[in-house]
Design a protein around this ligand. Structure first.
Ligand code: ATP
Ligand code: MG
Length: 137
């Protein structure tokens, strides 16, 4: 069993989609073992997306992620990192498969409703940025 880190992004919280997205996550066999709603600061968003700081959309990404509250989550399950990537669908919702979160709910590549860790190593790093072990059950 693995843990992965998820964010329900501002475009989704603004449209009141937290419950619907959580239902897709749970129906896929992933367990939400920690969850908190926060309004990310610019510093938090910059740190979180540091790997993308040279990409042309970095400024826009930080702005979008701080535009409204997000829900940060820890998900647990068999093969959770890859499984959640599968459940999220492609980064660009136009390329996302039927039934995926991004196909169902995302607006465009910048407002694509969810984040999920891309490796087990990054999952641990990302979880530690928002949760302490005492928050996770
Ligand atoms: P995430 O890291 O959010 O789970 P991802 O791994 O599918 O998504 P990345 O390549 O890591 O995609 O990009 C991080 C985020 O940056 C994307 O989720 C998206 O919101 C935003 N992004 C990626 N490419 C673009 C783009 N061309 N224009 C605007 N925003 C983009
Ligand atoms: Mg990514």
């Amino acid at each position: 069993t693995q843990r992965t880190f998820s964010i329900i992004k501002p475009d989704a919280t603004k449209r009141n989609l937290t419950g619907k997205i959580n239902a897709v996550i749970e129906d896929a066999g992933l367990r939400i073992i920690a969850q908190r709603r926060i309004h990310m600061t610019e510093a938090q968003a910059k740190r979180f997306y540091e790997v993308h700081k040279e990409r042309p959309f970095y400024g826009e990404l930080v702005e979008t992620m701080t535009s409204a509250p997000v829900v940060v989550q820890v998900l647990e399950g068999d093969n959770a990192v890859a499984r959640y990537r599968e459940v999220m669908g492609a980064t660009n919702p136009e390329q996302a498969a039927e039934g995926t979160i991004r196909k169902l709910f995302a607006l465009n590549v910048g407002e694509n409703s969810v984040h999920g860790s891309d490796s087990l190593e990054n999952a641990a790093i990302e979880i530690a940025q928002f949760f302490s072990e005492a928050d996770i059950a």
